[in-house]
Design a protein around this ligand. Structure first.
Ligand code: XMP
Length: 513
């Protein structure tokens, strides 16, 4: 199986390169630049963009020796943006700060088809995001494209298999960006074999190899990731899976019943239901800070699991593993990939400590959400599982802004029920990545039955996204929003105002906290 390794220098778009390559049916992996010397097998290497200049003291780099080693092994290399500058710099070219930056859309003039632009028009709109630029090339390289601002916008030396593009082919705004990557993969001779069926076979094989005859504990929430994970484990190791479902007290109306029914219908035998709602709620009421809430939630979650694991390991010494449905974006946003220097929020499954000396298994950690959905489908799970919208691990907790109170929790739960009912009636579930209500922290003045009231505000968040990494707010019909607002203010005690969130991600995240 071919594998394209993407060396990450900190670009916000690195994950998109990995996605595009996989969409072209070639497996891809991201490694942080400091681990680049650990790359063993690679059919091709892509050096990502990054925010620094190659001349910065602390600029992320790979050593010239490592680059030589890859070249000696004849591994084709494509540099993108910072990667394009770094390659030229390491091979003896010249990189300088431009008179002005080039940010956003630019027109690329293709000077020579070369490998990358084979079969493409002479002029393309491309996405630029740089100030430094390559000013002269190492010997043996030729310029294959330019823009008005950048005289070396793409270069190649096909004899040694090295390519560079100053623009971002992985970004949707670049015309024919996928074709450019496709051309690179064809040059590398990559076989397009990365398919869901293949992923299932590989994952099952890997789980069997690692777990052997041992048993695995898996915490399932009923969501896409954890349910798919549990099902995948069962496919690999049969009834050697213990499924635990924890009621955290921050679940939606009727959720415990629904999830338990689903697990039974899916044929799991060893299901353990733990109602820890009082424990969670009592520790979280009164807490206001979002990261503090997540930390407390993760800690209690780990404690509860720890208890379950202790009981089970006493009875069953073969229990050796704990599996989690962490997916790739969880790791990026929690700063766990090294890809992004800053932690955006601590997704609770990523910050979870070790459970009862059980070894951690994260078989979905290299997949994006849409890939997990495809995997679920491939495994034969019902569409109820893989078409459902994501629901965060900490549940309603991250949808109550500011101090957590029992009243806000009640409002949040009732508002969820109303929104979900209307979304189903209007047939919107599958059109949206997510839609949910959030209880804001402050109150506002209203008028109900001729009386002044001072009550909570509920915001509705609805987004369109393909992977949750970026999102656009959904332009929903006014009649739909009006119905929701009428029902929420009419049916829920203590709410007199409903707002609709019209921000995209970035700058906002999808969840409010
Ligand atoms: P954000 O809010 O980071 O959300 O833009 C991106 C996607 O991740 C979900 N999300 C979480 N999922 N645990 C989870 O399992 C979490 O702590 C968590 N926080 C956010 C969110 O619902 C969205 O789909």
């Amino acid at each position: 199986m071919d594998c394209v390794v993407i060396v990450d220098f900190g670009s916000q778009y690195t994950h998109l390169i990995a996605r595009r390559i996989r969409e072209l049916n070639v497996y891809s992996e991201i490694v942080p630049f400091w681990d680049a010397d650990k790359i063993k097998e690679a059919s091709a290497i892509i050096l990502s963009g990054g925010p620094m200049s190659v001349y910065d003291d602390d600029a992320p780099k790979i050593s010239p020796k490592l680059l030589r080693r890859w070249m000696d092994r004849r591994i084709p290399i494509l540099g993108i943006c910072y990667g394009h500058q770094l390659l030229a710099y390491l091979l003896g070219g010249d990189v300088r700060e431009g008179d002005r930056g080039e940010y956003g859309s630019s027109v690329l003039k293709v000077l020579k088809d070369g490998i990358l632009f084979r079969g493409l028009p002479r002029k393309l709109r491309v996405w630029m995001n740089h100030r430094d630029m390559v000013c002269s090339l190492p010997d043996g390289f030729s310029v294959i494209a330019k823009t008005n601002n950048t005289s070396i916008a793409a270069y190649e030396n096909a004899d040694i298999g090295i390519f560079g593009v100053q623009f971002h082919p992985e970004v949707e705004h670049t015309e024919y960006g996928v074709r450019i990557l496709d051309n690179f993969l064809s040059f590398c001779g990559c076989h397009r074999k990365w398919r869901m069926g293949e992923i299932v076979r590989r994952k099952v094989k890997e789980i069997c190899r690692v777990v052997g005859n041992s048993r695995v504990l898996v915490a399932v929430s009923g969501g896409v990731d954890s349910t798919t994970l549990a099902y995948l484990l069962r496919k690999a190791i049969g009834d050697n899976v213990y499924v635990v479902f924890i009621n955290t007290g921050f679940l939606r109306d009727g959720e415990p019943r629904r999830v338990l029914r689903l697990l039974r219908e899916l044929g799991f035998r060893n299901i353990k239901y733990v109602d820890a709602s009082e424990k969670f709620v009592s520790k979280l009421v009164g807490v206001s800070d979002p990261e503090e809430k997540r930390r407390i939630f993760a800690r209690i979650y780990a404690e509860v699991l720890e208890g379950v694991a202790k009981d089970l390991t006493k009875k069953d010494p073969k229990l050796k593993f704990f599996a989690q449905g962490t997916i790739y974006p969880d790791r990026i946003e929690s700063g766990a990939t090294g890809a992004r220097p800053s932690r955006i929020k601590s997704h609770h499954n990523v910050v979870m400590p070790t459970i009862e000396n059980l070894q951690k298994l994260e078989p979905l950690a290299d997949l994006y959400k849409d890939e997990v959905r495809k995997l679920a489908r491939e495994l034969g799970l019902p569409s109820e599982v893989y078409t459902q919208q994501p629901f965060p691990g900490p549940g309603l907790l991250v949808r109550i802004l500011g101090e957590v109170t029992l009243e806000k929790l009640r409002i949040c739960r009732e508002a969820h029920r109303i929104v979900e009912e209307e979304v189903r009636k209007w047939g919107l579930t599958r059109k949206l990545w997510q839609i949910f209500p959030v209880v804001l922290d402050g109150k506002s003045t209203g008028i109900k039955g001729d009386e002044r009231v001072y009550e909570y505000i509920v915001a509705i968040r609805a987004v369109i996204s393909s992977d949750g990494m970026t999102a656009d707010f959904a332009k929903l019909p006014w009649e739909f929003l009006e119905t929701i607002a009428r029902r929420i203010t009419g049916e829920i005690q203590g709410v007199c105002r409903v707002l609709y969130d019209i921000t995209s991600k970035p700058p906002a995240t999808i969840e409010f906290e």
